[in-house]
Write a protein that binds this ligand. Structure first.
Ligand code: ZN
Length: 286
């Protein structure tokens, strides 16, 4: 994997490439970080791109880190409903419907999402801000999910040991696996609220938000070329404590980049791991 700096003062990030799998973090910070934007990322390959999560820092990060605007984005994949992951999807949807489609000839925004999570995301997060923006005076019809998004539906792959959905979006192969993220008290993925991580092209593991989860790592770590893993710097709670991640075998640690980190990351010892994930660089897979 090659790491190349993006220089947005020269030109914005290209959302197409020569066909190599490429990963760009718009942010690598935790929900409450100030030194970095929230952990949202872009996957680019060939003529396709997928924006994974778009939190409350998303629009600024998209411009500042990648030189892009909301209307450059065609596909969004939300992993779970925390604000640092979905907080600006409303903005993306409104910009697309009322600016992109009306004035810029952009296609309707696409969303990669399964049926269960679509219902939850619409009802509990997006509906309040989106459904009342227009009204058909004849039918009193409010806007619905499908007015804003064309759905790309991943298919259900397996339930055990872990629920996994999969999708081929053009030449990008995605597995979406459930994670054990919230609440703090849930001790397995089935007891936790809907939350996903990603395995891309059978080589790139992105944990999503998750507690330390040896069963999940047993499923994916050996076959991953590179792993990006959620981290926190104290025990308990809803992310993976660094002290737990340090118990992974050396062969896994050395291919692991840590992401979703708090501002005091420089005080931490991550010897044995690959590095901190960085925003504003292209991770290009050979
Ligand atoms: Zn979260």
């Amino acid at each position: 994997m090659k790491i190349e700096k993006i220089n947005v003062t020269k030109e914005p990030l290209s959302l197409t490439n020569d066909g190599k799998l490429e990963l760009v973090f718009l942010g690598v910070g935790s929900a409450f970080a100030h030194k970095h934007y929230q952990t949202n990322l872009l996957i680019v390959k060939g003529d396709r791109h997928i924006l994974v999560d778009f939190g409350s820092t998303g629009p600024r990060a998209l411009k500042g880190v990648a030189g892009l605007d909301c209307n450059d984005i065609e596909v969004i994949l939300p992993t779970h409903s925390h604000n640092d992951h979905v907080g600006s999807i409303e903005t993306l949807a409104l910009m697309n419907r009322y600016v992109g489609q009306r004035f810029m000839n952009k296609p309707k925004l696409k969303m990669i999402i399964n049926e269960d999570y679509q219902r939850v995301l619409w009802t509990h997060t997006l509906q309040g801000g989106l459904e009342w923006n227009e009204k058909d005076l004849n039918t009193s019809q409010k806007l619905s999910f499908s007015d804003f998004f064309d759905v790309i539906r991943p298919s259900w792959k397996t339930f055990q040991p872990r629920e996994v959905y999969e999708l081929d979006y053009s030449n990008i192969h995605l597995e979406l696996f459930r994670t054990n993220h919230i609440p703090e008290q849930s001790d397995n993925w089935e007891a936790s609220f809907i939350s996903y991580g990603l395995f891309v092209d059978d080589r790139l593991f992105i944990s999503g938000d998750t507690k330390y989860d040896p069963e999940l790592l047993d499923m994916y770590a050996d076959k991953s070329e590179v792993m990006f893993h959620d981290v926190q710097f104290f025990p308990g709670a809803v992310h993976a404590p660094l002290s737990d991640l340090k118990t992974m075998p050396d062969k896994w640690k050395k291919k692991t980049y840590l992401m979703h980190y708090a501002d005091n990351y420089e005080d931490q010892d991550i010897k044995g791991f690959s590095d901190w994930a960085q925003e504003g660089v292209r991770y290009v897979f050979e």
